[in-house]
Design a protein around this ligand. Sequence first.
Ligand SMILES: [Zn+2]
Length: 146
Amino acid sequence: MLGGRLLEGAAGNAGHIGHVVVEPEGRRCACGGQGCLEAEASGPSIRAAFGVDPAEAPDAVRARTGTLVGRGVASVANLLDLRLAVVAGSVALGFGDLFLAAAQAELDRRCRLDFSVGTRLTAARLGADAPLVGAAAVGWAGLGEL
Ligand SMILES: [Zn+2]
């Protein structure tokens, strides 16, 4: 969201943070890149890299994932002058406080510009319904209702 409106981009993909590079020498990504957030911190990538179901991931994996998400969000916050990031999805919501604390610590470490100091990251309050509510909002906006 920017100025109270959904920022769409030329092809409707603005805000798709999954292909921000968080580990330059990291895992190959389906996009053809390497070390993208999606290749490092998504449920399937965690399963492939660590051989565990994300729901059973040990604390070290949860913390590492939070750090990588914080790293990606920090790049976006420093680029776009954003002060709040809301995260959702089974990994972000399922990994809980350890994940959120690691993500915030990484944000605090990397958001050092006058305008980005204090950038916060929080879990979506709508929980697992957040993507559906967001999709409905996009639909309403398309109809000129928002
Ligand atoms: Zn990618």
